[in-house]
Design a protein around this ligand. Structure first.
Ligand code: KG4
Ligand code: ZN
Length: 370
């Protein structure tokens, strides 16, 4: 009855994700031999709905999750060729994120779990990104994680399920946010990351001298808002020089210069994190995992690869479909927590802020994201 996975007794977890602008439902299975499989992983992006605004509008996001979630649950079950009665548990993102959207997912998960008498597993969205590599690869704890997405920019040591040491976080914008804002400044498409990366391929990264925020400073925190301001200034100067116009090549050169400055800044912070990790976690095979939407950026991945090579680390990244927001990563955390019997009561609520490392100091300016 169950597709693609042998029919020994197994654990089947449904994962529901609705914390930002993707409505996503997945079913992940594991058989008695420990073989894991994504039986379905359905993602409905709201990009087109938010495009006119150049960013995610929380109310539009929440309404869209309401419109689509039930349909996606049915589709995920159908694709996996299982019924609700076959599931072992329901895992759901209950934070951090845009609170309206998180509530839609959480209430739906509660209803299904209650009706089917299934365990409910509350999942931290960031933990979804942090552990997704273990769904596709045999990676053991502890490993170093660079989480770079539209809402987050952090470096952590992943010590175990629910056990994180945050080495650094952004004190203002997330890396993906910086890409998105730069795209808007340059009149490029939304979401900005892929558009800026494409434009940068045709540009000269040395033409504009942009700042490398926090470079050379101790620690592993990030900052990108000064870089964004520098891009605005460079663009305004170009406007003045060209009668209020931006020439194609100017856009390409500015995009390339921005990407170079941002990645330089990230690499500097990552080097500090690697030094700390190698010193405090001596391992025979140290690993750096990069996850989140910005991990799609070829330039950043290449630079990370070079640093890892120089310092004797293995660089790993989940497949792209698991890097951006998805339900499979939530189902996978569900599986890990199922094994540890970490179930939730029906009284849990949605939370906008939920740091992975509760002992890390609050980052100034990071708002609800850190
Ligand atoms: O992980 P994700 O799908 O959603 C969040 O949890 O935020 O990440 C989306 C972010 C967006 O800011 C997008 O511009 C960025 O990832 N992104 C990229 C690239 N592809 C997506 N940034 C840089 N280069 C890319 N190729
Ligand atoms: Zn995310």
């Amino acid at each position: 009855m169950i597709k693609n996975i042998n029919d020994k007794a197994q654990t089947l977890i449904m994962g529901i994700e609705s914390s930002c602008d993707e409505t996503a439902v997945a079913i992940v299975g594991r058989d008695n031999s420990g073989q894991k499989q994504i039986l379905s992983n359905i993602i409905l992006s709201q990009i087109e709905e938010h495009k006119p605004y150049g960013g995610v509008v929380p109310e539009i996001a929440a309404r869209s999750h309401i419109d689509h979630l039930n349909k996606l649950i049915r589709a995920a079950l159908k694709q996996a060729e299982v019924g609700l009665q076959d599931l072992s548990a329901i895992a759901v993102t209950s934070g951090p994120g845009l609170i309206g959207g998180v509530m839609v997912g959480l209430m739906t998960a509660k209803a299904v779990a209650y009706a089917q008498k299934l365990p409910l597993i509350s999942v931290n969205h960031l933990e979804g990104h942090a552990l997704s590599i273990r769904l596709t690869e045999e990676v053991v704890f502890p490993y170093l994680l660079l989480l770079v997405s539209g809402g987050h920019c952090q470096i952590l040591v992943v010590k175990g399920v629910g056990h994180y040491q945050r080495l650094g976080t952004t004190i203002d914008d997330a890396a993906g946010e910086a890409f998105d804002k730069t795209a808007k400044i340059l009149g490029l498409d939304y979401p900005g990351g892929p558009a800026v990366e494409q434009a940068a391929l045709k540009g000269d990264p040395t033409r504009f001298k942009l700042p490398r925020p926090l470079k050379g400073r101790p620690g592993c925190d990030f900052s990108f808002s000064g870089l964004k301001t520098a891009v605005v200034r460079a663009r305004d100067k170009l406007y003045q020089e060209n009668d209020g116009q931006l020439r194609r090549q100017d856009i390409y050169d500015l995009a390339a210069s921005f990407q170079e400055a941002l990645s330089d800044s990230i690499m500097d912070r990552v080097k500090n994190a690697i030094d700390y990790y190698l010193l405090n976690y001596p391992l025979s095979n140290p690993i750096l995992v990069v996850a989140g939407g910005v991990a799609a950026n070829g330039h950043i991945k290449e630079k990370l690869g070079n640093i890892c090579k120089m310092r004797g680390l293995t660089l790993m990244a989940p497949p792209m479909k698991l890097c951006t927001d998805n339900g499979a990563m939530i189902a996978w955390v569900g599986m890990e927590k199922y094994d540890l019997e970490q179930f939730s009561g029906f009284d849990i609520g949605a939370v906008a802020r939920w740091p992975l490392d509760p002992d890390a100091p609050l980052a100034i300016g990071a708002g609800v994201k850190a």
